[in-house]
Design a protein around this ligand. Structure first.
Ligand SMILES: [Zn+2]
Length: 267
């Protein structure tokens, strides 16, 4: 137990255990590990989604499903300075979301190592969108993670070149390692984000940024359809999540979907 007088370590890694037995969800925070890359407040002790809500459990209706779906979810943000990648792990299988600019595969490898994993565990690479500051190390990651499948939204795949093997198109309702793929166009036409209803986590790419602990609109200079981007934010705000990981700037680790909904209403 961490007493009130103990210093709070910086957080970047969370583990959730989901008990799907007896028809009830039980969510327990079982591990917090310190890392310099993220400073956040503790995750609430229990915030499980109701059973079967919004089809977010494993094997929900519709869509393609790739990889493992059950068990604990651990995440680590890989702070690459200007931009972030994220590593999500479930039952020993890893999904990398975005890769930063070129030459960042070593940083992602270091994050895997901190999670006691190697490239062999990486079964999935999700590219939220085609921009080079997110897909810049994707070819390198796929070359190192020889067993991994790469995914992106269909409309963005033509803008991602040089992959060692073709990317698989994913869209609304598809599942990657149990994470629900949600389309979030506007910043790019084919942007996709990853949502986990059990861990209450959204990996949002550039569908929004953050500033001073609040979500903000994506950079207008790089967002050709801001009206669409605002509609996407409103849609994402309707999902239930505590933790928001964005491509640029700091994560939000408590009450995030309420803040995103607020931004959606303001937009
Ligand atoms: Zn972008």
């Amino acid at each position: 137990m961490t007493g009130p007088l103990l210093p709070r370590p910086p957080l970047s890694r969370r583990t959730f255990i989901v008990d799907l037995g007896r028809g009830a969800f039980a969510l327990a925070l079982v591990g917090l590990a310190g890392c310099a890359s993220v400073v956040g407040s503790p995750v609430p002790g229990s915030a499980g989604a109701p059973p079967g809500s919004a089809g977010d459990g494993p094997g929900g209706p519709g869509g393609q499903s790739f990889g493992k779906a059950d068990g604990a979810l651990t995440w680590e943000r890989v702070n690459l300075g200007f931009v972030s990648a994220d590593v999500l792990v479930r039952a020993g299988e890893a999904t990398v979301v975005d890769t930063g600019q070129a030459n960042h595969a070593d940083d992602i490898e270091a994050a895997l190592k901190r999670m006691s994993l190697g490239w062999g565990a990486v079964a999935h690479l999700v590219l939220t969108h085609s921009h080079n500051d997110h897909a810049g190390s994707a070819a390198d990651v796929l070359r190192r993670a020889t067993g991994a499948t790469g995914y992106a939204g269909a409309a963005d795949i033509p803008g991602i070149s040089g992959m060692p093997r073709p990317l698989v198109a994913v869209g609304e309702g598809d599942r990657v390692m149990g994470l629900r793929v949600v389309t979030a166009p506007g910043h790019t036409p084919g942007q996709v984000v990853a949502y986990d209803a059990i861990a209450r986590l959204l990996v949002a790419g550039d569908s929004m940024g953050t500033s001073a602990g609040k979500p903000i609109l994506p950079n207008a200079h790089f967002t050709p359809d801001m009206a669409e981007a605002k509609r996407s934010i409103a849609k994402l705000g309707a999902l239930g999540f505590e933790t928001l990981l964005v491509g640029h700037r700091e994560p939000i680790t408590a009450g995030a979907s309420g803040l995103v909904a607020e931004l959606g209403r303001a937009g």
